[in-house]
Design a binder for this molecule. Structure first.
Ligand SMILES: Cc1cc2nc3c(=O)[nH]c(=O)nc-3n(C[C@H](O)[C@H](O)[C@H](O)COP(=O)(O)OP(=O)(O)OC[C@H]3O[C@@H](n4cnc5c(N)ncnc54)[C@H](O)[C@@H]3O)c2cc1C
Length: 469
């Protein structure tokens, strides 16, 4: 991923704004640049845009949106910042948290009103660090639908998306101004394209084993369940250009990836009274204390496996709203039995283990006191037969560290100066999750993709059009 410094290169064609990557960040950036009046081209390495966005649940957090007002929910940028700082123990970038607190709601409103990308507020699972409901999710409740809606909006806005176009190298001058990009096609041929401004929306480095081992050693041997094409290209270019990078140790790693089906088990099963046991039939963690980093305790169990234990009533409720739960039901992943001993046999768990753990949960429910793992079951309905189980493992889902950006999503150097025409968002940019796995708030991945994408596209258009004027 070198930076090409040949100032003699001339380009047959120059596009005012180019965007690397056609995920949520790239397509949102393209819409914003088009709205600002710039011609924009999105360059995507895959044959069809997919990215981590399509793999996601499609839930974006946003503060103080029109949806909040519609539902009479009071929210504000201040409240959002307070939640972010509490979740990250004060270690997130407070300046960027403020920008996202102020801009995420208006971005949701803009997507719905201007681009027909509706993101209604969701009430299925709300807490986990957000002090008010903040998850906005498309009606089909999937990342696939979110990307499709953004793709259609791009078509309407006249945005060109060039697929099978992997950006390999950037052309830059001595000041760090990006002059163009070198694209590699599947047959190995290359093309050079001039750019007025460039938005890096190529996500993080979860698909790059060497970088994961370097920055997140505890996940070096874990399964990666994000988009394989996210190889950290933006970080390579940023480093070579002298950009600042931060929080590279931060990530989201869920502990509830169905094994072997590789489908995410919906959180409400645990939030609403289900629990996890290891292959010895023992609970080992407070299931809701750190959902984002649950991969760590799960992978520390025998064979790195666990069972999510719940009941048919919760299963039925989940089937209504979760695409993933329906997929798991269709492939027969959900074990079901009328009694605890029968479920223990189905799951090959020690005799009496599930009945014992359930009795302890019931005791916590009755007394109102937290159990030995610090979890309180007070107020949650007891599990009732038939009982259900899903086998899960932990995996790295997406990284949270990246290029340091300012309030316009413009890439910064360590001394705070700006690279002249380079912008970044989504997984390519440093998030507001702090440096630890514990700092991730639900919906923050897409929030940083869509909110920073909009800011980046708008500012990139401003730079490109300003330079052309
Ligand atoms: C299973 C799963 C579930 C998730 N659920 C949620 C959720 O519900 N809510 C939430 O907020 N977050 C969720 N996330 C995280 C969220 O998906 C990401 O944070 C978000 O999609 C990042 O968007 P992006 O546009 O930056 O990256 P992506 O959507 O990954 O798009 C990046 C694109 O860049 C392309 N690319 C990479 N390098 C190049 C190159 N050199 N040249 C050209 N193209 C390139 C890739 O092919 C890809 O299409 C989830 C993640 C996973 C894996």
């Amino acid at each position: 991923m070198p930076i090409l410094r040949d100032s003699q290169v001339s380009f047959d064609y120059t596009v005012p704004v180019a965007v690397v990557g056609a995920g949520a960040c790239g397509l949102t950036a393209a819409l914003a640049a088009a709205d600002a009046g710039a011609e924009v081209l999105v360059l995507e390495r895959d044959k069809r845009p997919w990215g981590s966005t399509s793999m996601s649940l499609g839930a974006m957090c946003a503060a103080a949106s029109g949806e909040h007002r519609r539902h009479g929910i009071e929210d504000s940028a201040e409240r959002f910042v307070a939640d972010v700082m509490a979740k990250t123990a004060g270690r997130a970038d407070a300046r960027l948290a403020r920008v996202v607190g102020e801009q995420s709601g208006p971005t949701v409103d803009w997507l719905a009103a201007r681009h027909e990308v509706p993101l209604p507020l969701d009430f299925k699972w709300t807490s986990l660090g957000h002090s008010v409901p903040r998850l906005h999710i498309p009606p089909g409740r999937s990342g696939e639908q979110l990307l499709a809606l953004l793709g259609r909006a791009c078509e309407r806005a006249g945005v060109q998306v060039m697929t099978e176009a992997r950006v390999r190298d950037l052309h830059a001058d001595a000041s760090g101004r990006i002059r163009g990009v070198r694209i590699e096609r599947p047959d190995g041929s290359t093309e050079d394209l001039g750019v007025g401004a460039l938005v890096l929306a190529s996500c993080g480095f979860g698909g790059n084993r060497e970088r994961v081992a370097r920055h997140i050693p505890e996940m070096a041997n874990a399964r990666y369940f994000g988009h394989e094409g996210n190889e950290g290209d933006a970080l390579e270019w940023g480093e070579a250009l002298g950009a600042a990078l931060a929080d590279l140790s931060a990530y989201q790693g869920l502990g509830t990836l169905a094994d072997p089906q590789s489908v995410i088990v919906p959180h409400p099963l645990l939030l609403e009274g289900g629990f996890l046991v290891n292959l010895r039939g023992e609970r080992f963690t407070h299931e809701n204390a750190n959902i984002s980093g649950m991969c760590v305790p799960v992978l520390a169990q025998p064979e790195g496996l666990a069972w999510v234990i719940f009941d048919e009533r919760r299963n039925a409720a989940c089937l209504e709203h979760s695409v993933e739960q329906r997929q798991l039901a269709e492939v027969g992943a959900i074990k079901r039995a009328a009694t605890w001993p029968a479920l223990e046999r189905l799951c090959n768990l020690p005799e009496g283990s599930l009945a014992r753990e359930n009795a302890l949960a019931d005791a916590s429910r009755a007394s109102g006191a937290p159990d030995r793992l610090g979890r309180s079951f007070a107020g949650l309905e007891p599990l009732q037969p038939p009982f259900c189980a899903l086998r899960v493992t932990g995996a790295l889902f997406h990284t949270q560290g990246g290029l340091v950006v300012d309030e316009r999503a413009q890439v910064l150097r360590p001394d705070g100066s700006r690279l002249p025409n380079l912008f970044a968002g989504g997984g390519a940019a440093r998030s507001i999750s702090g440096p630890e796995v514990t700092g991730y708030l639900p919906g923050m991945g897409l929030c940083m993709a869509i909110t920073l994408g909009r800011l980046a596209g708008d500012a990139a258009a401003g730079v490109a059009l300003g330079a052309a004027a």
